[in-house]
Design a protein around this ligand. Structure first.
Ligand SMILES: [Fe+2]
Length: 206
């Protein structure tokens, strides 16, 4: 038989850090959920009308504009990322929050595989350890060469993130990801932000 050689192609990186003052931010997010879960009392529910990939309760896409504390949190999350960008020499001159929202997954809620387009995306795991829902990254475009019995293989199109409360992950928003169903009676809470990568130039005289 002819020898078949194998080699891997392409890799992606995801980055993570522990959010300073996490308990403060967790309380702030819990307050927002409390308000939005009690519309009859507070009259505030920013959940979008249109269906999206998040099959769970969530706030509006522009929640950093609706909740000042989320705008501050976006800035707090950006700080370590900007330091990292400067230290590692990434070509990211300025990060500006474009979208920000809070998700809370009750029993049977999940998120379809999806991506966030050309943003730098970050997710804060606020309260995830009490449920069995898991966060996955997906490799794109793998349609064939999947084994019938995948016992020993170097093929994988899924990578689970071992999420802990207080951890922030950040990644290229074009990488597909999903959240598996929450089979427990506890609620899983995350906060997400898409940063626009700005290349600001001064306007010329015309
Ligand atoms: Fe997402």
């Amino acid at each position: 038989m002819v020898d078949i050689n194998r080699f891997s192609i392409f890799k992606s990186e995801v980055f993570s850090f522990e959010l300073p003052n996490f308990n403060f931010w967790k309380q702030q997010i819990e307050q927002i959920i409390l308000v939005e879960d009690n519309k009859n009392i507070h009259g505030q529910d920013t959940t979008p009308d249109e269906r999206c990939n998040v099959m769970a309760k969530r706030t509006a896409w522009n929640s950093h504009m609706r909740y000042p504390t989320l705008d501050l949190l976006c800035q707090e999350i950006a700080k370590p990322i900007e330091e990292f960008v400067a230290k590692e020499g990434y070509d990211i001159p300025e990060l500006e929050p474009a979208n920000c929202w809070v998700n809370w997954y009750r029993k049977d809620n999940f998120s379809h595989p999806h991506s966030h387009g050309s943003h730098l995306s970050a997710v804060l795991f606020v309260d995830v350890e009490k449920t069995d829902a898991r966060f996955f990254f997906h490799a794109n475009h793998n349609l064939v060469l999947i084994k019938k019995q995948d016992v020993i293989s170097n093929f994988s199109n899924l990578k689970e993130v071992q999420a802990k409360d207080g951890t922030v992950i950040f990644f290229d928003g074009s990488v597909k990801h999903s959240v598996s169903p929450n089979n427990t009676n506890n609620t899983r809470v995350t906060m997400a932000v898409n940063y626009k990568v700005n290349y600001k130039q001064e306007r010329d005289e015309y």
